[in-house]
Design a protein around this ligand. Structure first.
Ligand code: AOF
Ligand code: ZN
Length: 391
């Protein structure tokens, strides 16, 4: 018998499922991106994906979208089908109702309300279930969701652009631009994907950035400024647009009053900032290397309570170093431009005090490289939460 060369493997279908799921990027968080394909007699009879937060899940969208009889069909989905009533009814119910014969799953759902129960319910109804199709890819694909649901902390990605000699600006402070247009366009897509964007006050004072998303059809991330002393200028682009784009200023009263002559002075500043639309978030201090700094762990815990499941950290070097040392970074995007600017005083992406031995360097895992015009981007994970959760 001649083998059908066009016959697709479960992995082929799962790749297609991930492509579908990706269409929900920037629209479904803090939910995962999920896609679904139904195959009968070797033919895809329907597809669907989770389109927006609060909307139907991928499986329900796919199954409701099909006019054909689905009895005996096989269903592919990158995440274990849910079995709970959340904003939508359980996906397991509709899969059972439509008499699907077999379900192929990318990876299990770490949501405690699902967590293996979805698989069990399907099996109890006589449905054959195969899990672990492209499991690692599926975990990385939804790395933000898994980190958020397993650790109850925002997923933090540190992004920086530097020259080939490791500088983020010239000695003069000029930094426009390190990388070319293509790389900067990719950063815009990251801003669309990550729910929040974080910088230190130094970056605001030096660059006066906007920190918005300029991608067509994209959405702006929530801007989080670490400004313990409330130094942000009233005429900065960020404050000028704070009534339109959500802006959180993380500060500390002790630090802020150390800079001001009277209590009244500080009260006036707080009133003015709030009038401009900024949200003030009071953060306690933590001693680090003999210095009092904002407690970044506390800050991230507060942000996750506000639904911020992921943050793109855009520096500068001092904040990057503090966050890295607190073990709060999960991913790095390092853009490297083939340019040299030299200078011992030119800033580098991560400052603070460094690691003393090369053997103790933080090594990235699951490293990937991408080219954007002449610029290279190296991205990888810090810490091992790509591995499977214990059920
Ligand atoms: C699926 N398919 O497409 C998605 C799932 O509040 P709800 O009803 O939207 O439920 C959200 C939870 O459902 C989310 O935390 C995750 O565990 C699961 N997401 N499950 O079967 C989907 N998006
Ligand atoms: Zn569901």
């Amino acid at each position: 018998m001649q083998e059908d060369r066009n016959k697709k493997t479960p992995e082929d279908y799962m790749r297609q499922v991930l492509q579908l799921a990706k269409q929900g990027e920037g629209k479904v968080s803090p939910n995962p991106m999920v896609g679904c394909i139904v195959v009968k007699d070797g033919k895809v009879i329907t597809t669907g994906y989770h389109e927006r937060y609060g909307g139907f899940h991928a499986e329900r969208n796919a199954l409701l979208n099909c006019q054909e009889n689905m009895e005996g069909a096989e269903l592919y989905v990158n995440l274990e089908p849910c079995c709970h009533y959340g904003k939508t009814p359980p996906c397991t119910e509709i899969i059972i109702e439509k008499k699907i014969k077999k379900v192929y799953i990318g990876c299990l759902d770490s949501n405690p309300k699902v967590r293996g129960k979805g698989v069990k319910i399907l099996q109890e109804h006589g449905i054959v279930v195969e899990t672990g199709i492209l499991e690692k890819e599926c975990r990385i694909f939804n790395e933000v969701f898994f980190h958020y649901i397993e650790k109850n902390m925002p997923f933090l990605a540190m992004k920086y652009a530097m020259t080939l000699d490791g500088k983020i600006a010239c000695e003069s402070g000029d930094s426009k631009w390190v990388t070319g247009e293509e790389a900067r366009a990719y950063v815009q897509s990251l801003r669309n994907y990550y729910k929040g964007i974080m910088v230190g006050i130094g970056t605001v004072l030096e660059d006066n950035p906007m920190l918005n998303c300029r991608l067509q059809g994209g959405r702006n991330p929530v801007r989080i400024i670490c400004d313990s002393k409330l130094q942000i200028p009233f005429d900065s682009k960020i404050l000028q647009t704070a009534s339109e784009i959500k802006t959180i200023i993380a500060w500390n009263p002790q630090k802020a009053s150390s800079l001001r002559s009277t209590e009244r002075n500080l009260e006036d500043i707080k009133i003015k900032l709030k009038e401009q639309g900024a949200i003030l978030l009071e953060v306690p201090l933590k001693e680090k290397d003999g210095m009092q700094q904002l407690n970044l762990n506390y800050l991230l815990q507060e942000l996750v309570k506000q639904g911020i499941d992921s943050i793109l950290l855009e520096g500068g070097g001092t904040l990057n170093a503090s966050i890295l040392k607190e073990h709060l970074v999960q991913r790095v995007y390092a853009f490297i431009a083939p340019k040299l600017v030299a200078g011992a005083k030119a800033k580098s992406p991560i400052e603070g005090s460094g690691i003393l031995k090369m053997k103790h360097a933080i090594e990235l895992q699951n490293v990937e490289t991408m080219m954007f015009g002449k610029d290279l981007c190296i991205t990888g994970r810090i810490g091992g939460s790509v591995c499977l959760p214990e059920l």
